[in-house]
Design a protein around this ligand. Structure first.
Ligand SMILES: [Zn+2]
Length: 455
């Protein structure tokens, strides 16, 4: 009797999914105490100091001064760039040289918003993974350190850019500071780019370089306008996470498959967006991600798109409600209304919470095993069940199948299938979207991979 029961319960757990609620399924990730401790180190005060320092350079217009004199005087984008570099170097010194601080430097030729050949410099720090194979897997956080005022071509008047995008730059810096104290099997890159306001020039160059050099970037988190502007209508309890549906880089064959199978909401970028909600439920950083299933806001663009165009999964974090009087504006008061992107409109506690959410996502991804490779769903025969196969992920000790109804936004079922590379479930593949993720011995989870049909 006892053995029958035991056998039955094993059978249940192996074959039938326990009926978990959506929230249970997402909330199931165990907390990594090292990551939780690092998140506590994120400081709103440091973020405030960093944003105020960025504002002190007067303007960070990509077209502004970067000659040695201006750098020495602390004015213009050149001074901002040198200061960011010095910050990364200081963090590296504190962790025994664990960060490699680098620049990606190029001259952009004249275009609509670039009147003359202009040097653009991306500054970044690399926290290299500890496992030789996993170190090739990269997760990246970015913000743009350039700013502008009302006139793109005005390079002398103040362009404080405290929120746009001092806040995102501060997130990259603070993530570097707190995560450099940890070690992960995967690599983390902390990036700050320029030329965003001229047409995403910096990120475009960086993403193209990554693609050309064959970098395996698994996720890009772009923070742009995460200052939590203190105006009316703001919801400081949430942050929007934008993600593309149909990938910009999909070829005709991929588009045909997306159309045929209802894959419009299962791009790599969207899996990263869903991963962020999972991380939020695990670490509770104090700001809830609100997933927005579109590339970006109307008439607006951002650096994540540069990575999407190269086929990388990338999402954008932006505060819930933007105040356009405090973006791209000369500092002035008109009819009692204050204009200008000044630090006094930034909610530094909010930026710190967004930084915690980013750091939690970066750390969880870098700690996780690689996603399972070559995930397939068997469709050779007409059957009312679902069989999935995949290639083992080196650091994984088990795998989970997750699924949701085709009309659901987030994964709401999961089943641990053990350390195998094939699993069958009694649910019909025609009624749900399935995916497989790799799990390591400590419960770190990879992003789930949606299968390709095997005919
Ligand atoms: Zn921006």
């Amino acid at each position: 009797m006892k053995y029958t029961l035991l056998f039955f319960s094993l059978l249940l757990s192996a074959v039938l999914a326990p009926n978990m609620t959506a929230q249970d399924a997402l909330n199931a990730g165990p907390t990594d105490p090292r990551i939780a401790a690092a998140l506590k180190e994120v400081s709103a005060e440091r973020i405030r100091a960093n944003i105020e320092k960025l504002v002190s350079f007067g303007t960070r217009s990509t077209l502004s001064a970067q000659d040695p004199d201006s750098i020495a005087k602390g004015q213009g984008i050149g001074a901002a760039r040198e200061w960011i570099k010095s910050q990364f170097e200081a963090y590296s010194k504190d962790c025994g040289g664990c960060l490699e601080v680098k620049t990606d430097n190029f001259v952009e030729q004249p275009a609509d918003r670039i009147p003359k050949p202009t040097e653009i410099t991306n500054v970044y720090a690399v926290l290299k993974g500890t496992d030789p194979e996993s170190a090739k897997r990269i997760v990246l956080v970015t913000g743009h350190y350039d700013s502008r005022n009302s006139d793109n071509f005005n390079v002398t008047d103040a362009a404080p850019g405290a929120n746009d995008d001092g806040s995102g730059t501060a997130v990259s810096l603070e993530c570097a500071r707190v995560l450099s104290k940890l070690k992960f099997p995967g690599t983390v890159i902390f990036l700050t780019v320029a030329g965003e306001e001229q047409g995403l020039n910096g990120s475009k160059h960086f993403a193209q370089m990554a693609k050309q050099q064959g970098w395996n970037i698994e996720a890009v988190l772009n923070n742009d306008i995460v200052g939590g502007n203190r105006g009316e209508g703001q919801d400081a309890g949430v942050v929007r996470v934008f993600s593309e549906g149909v990938p910009a880089a999909a070829d005709d064959k991929e588009l045909k498959m997306i159309r045929g199978l209802g894959g419009e909401s299962d791009s790599i970028s969207r899996q990263i967006a869903r991963y962020v909600t999972q991380v939020d439920r695990t670490y509770n950083p104090g700001v809830r991600p609100v997933l927005v299933f579109r590339l970006d806001r109307y008439l607006r663009g951002g650096d994540h798109y540069s990575f999407n165009q190269q086929g990388y999964g990338a999402v954008r974090f932006t505060e819930f409600r933007e105040d356009f009087n405090h973006q791209h504006q000369n500092i002035r008061t008109e009819n009692g209304v204050e204009f200008g992107d000044l630090p006094k409109f930034v909610n530094f506690d909010y930026v710190a919470k967004v930084a915690r959410l980013n750091a939690a996502a970066l750390a969880s991804l870098a700690a996780a095993p690689a996603p399972p490779g070559n995930v397939r769903i068997l469709t050779k025969e007409l059957q009312n069940d679902t069989t999935l196969t995949w290639e083992a992920s080196p650091l994984a000790t088990s795998y989970e199948v997750v699924w949701r109804a085709t009309t659901e936004a987030e994964w709401d079922h999961r089943q641990d299938v053990g350390n195998v590379t094939k699993a069958s479930l009694p649910q019909s593949k025609d009624n749900a979207i399935f995916a497989v993720r790799a799990v390591d011995k400590d419960g770190h989870r990879s992003p789930p991979v949606v299968p390709v049909p095997e005919r």
